[in-house]
Each structure stands twice: as structure tokens, then as C-alpha cells.
Write a protein that binds this ligand. Structure first.
Ligand SMILES: N[C@@H](CCC[C@H](N)C(=O)O)C(=O)O
Length: 288
């Protein structure tokens, strides 16, 4: 059996525990189907939170266009931790240390700070109800009421779109939140026509925030970069913290800064795990 992805190299990495695969399809016209992404995730050692697929860019000056798959095969227009992994993947072996990457949410820039530390300009947060998107036209997205209510969930959240939709719930004790129950119930709440990433944030100081995230299309993860950005934006908008904070996730820390130019910068490390090759046999079930 042959397959369009046979013998394609794939990198396994993580961004503070967010499990990432990087597949570079530049120079080809191959587009990955959702069932093919799910088939890759089923292979031993290749389970991922996000699969970052690189394509030829459409615009002048860009290094690549990114398609970002969740483990359920759905697409996201943003992934902060995955973008740092892509930045490392292209910088290693003497590649460029600064990148311009195209996403469905707009251009994203990366800059290498140290061997395995990268800053990503995640762009401007979008804050209007239709931009999140929310199914109700809410004037104030800093305190959106959960209606219908979800048992055990706080009544209000702050909504932020960082290229993907986020609901941030501020809670007194993030560790006490039943993420496995509340996450899926809130991700698919009727308020979110495109579903949402669900975060529970606990203020430790005015500059330090503890965060646990249920990711849309993936579930509980050890880290979510765009959620960390959304949380700092939410904390600053509601006067809970300043525009710069360290966000502490189960997998590690991210430094987030919401600049006066409205762009959100995220800085953090990546870890390279291994490189392997895809194999036609991985996709047998997809063909059936
Ligand atoms: N892990 C990512 C965000 C992943 C995308 C998300 N599941 C979605 O569907 O929006 C990050 O580091 O930002």
C-alpha cells in the first residue's frame, strides 16, 4: 500500500508539556484529512494535543502557513505552544531565528531568545461577542453569564479570542476544579457556536496566575499558550492583574505581556523529543 504521507518525517516535541507534532509539508500540495490526523494520534508515541502542519505560504515574505489539528481532527487557528515548537523545528540545523507564519487568524511572528526559548507575537486579542464568537450578543464580554447554568461551574466568565475562542473563569482554588466534568460541559455550551477552550485561573499575586485548561477538541492538557494569553488579557481587563504576568500551568511557566500596541507576546521553552517517519500502514483504516 502506498500513501501520500509515507516516509514523511515528523517531529515529536512539547511546549511545557503540551504534546506537539510538527509535520512539514511545504513543497507539496498534500492536505491532511481529519481522519488522517486522528490516525497519526493513534500510533504509539505519536499521540498529540496539537499537530502543526506546515504548508507553502501564500504571501510574500512568510516562511510557512500553519494548519493546526486537535486530536479529534478539528482545526484551530491558533496554538501558542505549538508555534514555539514550529519555531524551533525551523531554526534547528541553522535555520531562521525569526519567522513569519500564516494562520487562519492572521500572521504570527516568532523570535528565538535562547537555544530552546522562543517569543511568539500572538497578535491582538478580539473581545467583541461576535468575535469570540458567542451565540448571544453580550455588550460586556468581561463578565458573561453562563446561561443555561452548568452545575458546579462559576456563573460568570471573561471571553477572549486569541485567534481561537477562550472562556476564562476566575476561581479561588484552581486545583479544586473538576476539570474533567466541567471542561466538556462548558466547551460545548450553547453559548459557544464554535465551542471554546475553557480555563480556570487563580490569582496568586498581581503578576502570577495559576491556570488549568480544558482544550477544545483535545481535553485536559498540561499547558495551553493561547489560554495563558487570554487569561492575562482577561485579568488585565477586569483589574485583577497588570498587563504582564507569569502564568503557571501544570507543565511549566509562560511569560505573557499584553503590550501597549495591543499585541500579546508569549515567551517560553520547548523540548525536542524525537524525529520519526510516517508510514503508509498507519493510514490503512482511513482508506477502508
Ligand atoms: N495548545 C494550544 C491551543 C490549542 C488549540 C485549541 N485546542 C483550539 O481548538 O482552539 C496553545 O498552546 O495555544
Amino acid at each position: 500500500m502506498t500513501h501520500k504521507l509515507d516516509r514523511r518525517p515528523i517531529l515529536r516535541m512539547n511546549g511545557i508539556g503540551n504534546e506537539i507534532l510538527v509535520l512539514d509539508l511545504r513543497g507539496s500540495d498534500i492536505v491532511l484529512e481529519p481522519q488522517e490526523a486522528r490516525a497519526i494520534a493513534r500510533q504509539p508515541g505519536l499521540k498529540f494535543d496539537q499537530l502543526m502542519v506546515l504548508h507553502d505560504p501564500r504571501g510574500e515574505g512568510a516562511d510557512a502557513a500553519m494548519r493546526i489539528y486537535n486530536i479529534d481532527g478539528s482545526l484551530s487557528a491558533a496554538c501558542g505552544n505549538g508555534t514555539r515548537c514550529v519555531a524551533y523545528a525551523l531554526a534547528r540545523n541553522g535555520g531562521p531565528e525569526r519567522l513569519l507564519l500564516e494562520t487562519d487568524a492572521g500572521p504570527v511572528r516568532s523570535r528565538r531568545e535562547a537555544e530552546t526559548v522562543f517569543t511568539i507575537d500572538m497578535g491582538r486579542p478580539r473581545l467583541a461577542a461576535r468575535e469570540i464568537p458567542l451565540s448571544r450578543d453580550v455588550a460586556d464580554t468581561t463578565a458573561v453569564m453562563v446561561e443555561p447554568k452548568v452545575q458546579g461551574a462559576p456563573n460568570f466568565f471573561c471571553a477572549v479570542n486569541m485567534g481561537n475562542p477562550h472562556a476564562v473563569f476566575f476561581v479561588p482554588d484552581a486545583a479544586a476544579v473538576d476539570l474533567e466534568t466541567l471542561g466538556p460541559a462548558l466547551e460545548r455550551h450553547p453559548l459557544f457556536p464554535e465551542r471554546a477552550n475553557i480555563s480556570f485561573a487563580q490569582l496568586l499575586t498581581g503578576e502570577t496566575i495559576l491556570l488549568r485548561v480544558w482544550e477544545r477538541g483535545t481535553g485536559v492538557t498540561r499547558a495551553c499558550g493561547s489560554a495563558a494569553c487570554a487569561t492575562v488579557v482577561a485579568a488585565a481587563r477586569t483589574g485583577r492583574a497588570g498587563r504582564k504576568a507569569v502564568v503557571k500551568l501544570p507543565g511549566g511557566d509562560l511569560a505573557i505581556a499584553w503590550g501597549e500596541d495591543d499585541h500579546v507576546l508569549m515567551t517560553g521553552p520547548v523540548e525536542f523529543e524525537f524525529e520519526t517517519e510516517l508510514d503508509a500502514s498507519m493510514f490503512e483504516e482511513c482508506a477502508a
